[in-house]
Design a protein around this ligand. Structure first.
Ligand code: RP5
Length: 167
């Protein structure tokens, strides 16, 4: 069973400016009642804290880390280098290259240290959280049922879609 107040997922981001995107991950974790923590851990401005966060995550009971960053987005890969807790990377849209830089920085990890990388922006943040939920659901039947119900609702919402077409 997932204890709601037990922190299982860490959500980290390189800047408070990433929150608009990363709040989409937090919203999913809240919807599923997953205990989480969310904080700014900047790879290039707080490297010592970044290492410390990664090094202590497993012992603190964190089972997945969702890491969002933009630009030369080192945060997910560097965290992954310092922990065996699975890291889900979210490329945050950047000002000049619209997140293509973030995506390539996160997805192109050399062999040996994986970062599961999601889509640029809000969809990626939400999907990173849904992937974390799916992972936790492999050992939590109640959570698995919630995820199934989420999918059923989503399917029904698509079936109920109406287009503004006039004959
Ligand atoms: C990265 O630089 C952050 O992840 C953010 O996406 C980007 C810009 O940060 P700010 O200049 O807005 O703090 O480290």
């Amino acid at each position: 069973m997932t204890q709601q107040n037990q922190i299982l997922v860490g959500v980290v981001m390189g800047s408070s400016s990433d929150w608009d995107v990363m709040q989409n991950a937090v919203a999913i974790l809240k919807e599923f009642g997953i205990g989480f923590e969310a904080q700014v851990v900047s790879a290039h401005r707080m490297p010592d804290e970044m290492f410390s966060y990664a090094e202590t995550a497993r012992a603190r009971g964190i089972r997945a880390i969702i890491a969002g960053a933009g630009g030369a987005a080192h945060l997910p890969g560097m965290i992954a280098a310092k922990t065996i807790v699975p890291v889900f990377g979210v490329p945050v849209p950047s000002r000049y290259l619209r997140g293509e830089d973030s995506l390539l920085s996160i997805v192109q990890m050399p062999k040996g240290i994986p970062v599961a990388t999601f889509a640029i922006g809000e969809a990626g943040a939400a999907n990173a959280a849904l992937a974390a939920v799916a992972m936790l659901a492999t050992t939590d039947e109640a959570l698995a049922q919630k995820l199934i119900e989420f999918r059923v609702r989503q399917t029904q919402a698509a079936r109920d879609m109406v287009l503004p077409v006039t004959a």
